[in-house]
Design a protein around this ligand. Structure first.
Ligand SMILES: [Zn+2]
Length: 270
């Protein structure tokens, strides 16, 4: 599933090809992929794209009308930009057509992805409760310490919770905890100040590196040129047999997801 760095990479790519352009229409090839807010007028297009941004793992396209388009790629969704229209491609569930005939294909094998067209004032209704953005100034050790205080759930589970921190998924939480030297089973509320500082620093480091490498392409993720990212070449524990120091990686289940960690490198120091 695309996580923060992948969605950020996609938004960067989309800005180059969509910003300032006029969307002429949306076509849906799989029932339920496009959702229309009930307040949306019968003909929301043409509409000019004003701005694009990311919130958690969501892409938000602000239109010059009072409307917005929210895209959630979920498990296998990808957006591919094309200068020429064509017949619907394999697994293409919807497409956004621009006034100059350029096309943004929404391809999604598993069909969980959604494109929502809503009034800007109704955006919140279509987004889950999203916690702090890692690149916001609120994401610091003191703030995180206050959030984690008293939490008995494991730190891995807490980091995955989108209503606490927005944008982290399974791959990056495994990598962040490895680099921070923290056991993923550690109760979140028991972490020392030093360990929380370490989590904040490693979160920013891992996410920044991943963004600079265009994200991680383990399965379906592609950027809008349909090219892969390359952070998968720099993963240290996720889906690995051995950590960089040669210790055997353990694989356990937490909140239904596989956690990869090194029991030697990730022995808590406190
Ligand atoms: Zn190790």
């Amino acid at each position: 599933m695309p996580e923060l760095p992948e969605v950020e990479t996609i938004v960067k790519g989309l800005k180059k090809v969509l910003k300032g352009k006029v969307i002429n229409s949306l076509e849906c090839y799989y029932p339920g992929t496009i959702i229309y807010d009930t307040d949306i007028e019968a003909t929301p297009f043409p509409a000019k794209v004003l701005e694009l941004c990311r919130r958690g793992k969501y892409i938000i396209i602000t239109l010059e009308t009072d409307n917005a388009i929210i895209i959630h790629l979920r498990m296998t969704g990808k957006l591919v930009f094309d200068v020429l229209p064509s017949e619907p491609l394999q697994y293409e569930r919807a497409r956004i057509i621009l006034h100059n005939s350029e096309v943004l294909h929404f391809i999604d094998i598993r069909t969980f992805g959604k494109i929502i067209i809503c009034k800007q004032q109704n955006e919140e209704q279509y987004l889950p409760i999203l916690g702090i953005e890692p690149f916001s100034k609120n994401f610091n050790a003191n703030h995180l310490k206050a959030i984690l205080k008293g939490k008995e759930a494991s730190i891995k589970t807490v980091l995955l919770n989108q209503s606490i921190i927005a944008g982290l998924g399974n791959i990056y939480t495994c990598e962040i905890l490895y680099r921070a030297g923290i056991n993923p089973l550690m109760p979140a509320g028991k972490l020392s100040h030093k360990e929380i500082v370490e989590i904040v620093q490693q979160t920013l480091a891992v996410l920044s590196e991943a963004i600079s490498l265009g994200g991680t392409s383990i399965s379906d993720y592609r950027n809008i040129d349909d090219k892969t990212g390359s952070f998968q070449d720099f993963l240290k524990v996720y889906q690995k047999q051995f950590c960089p120091l040669g210790h055997k990686i353990e694989r356990i289940k937490q909140s239904g997801r596989s956690t990869f960690f090194c029991p030697i490198c990730q022995k808590n120091k406190s």
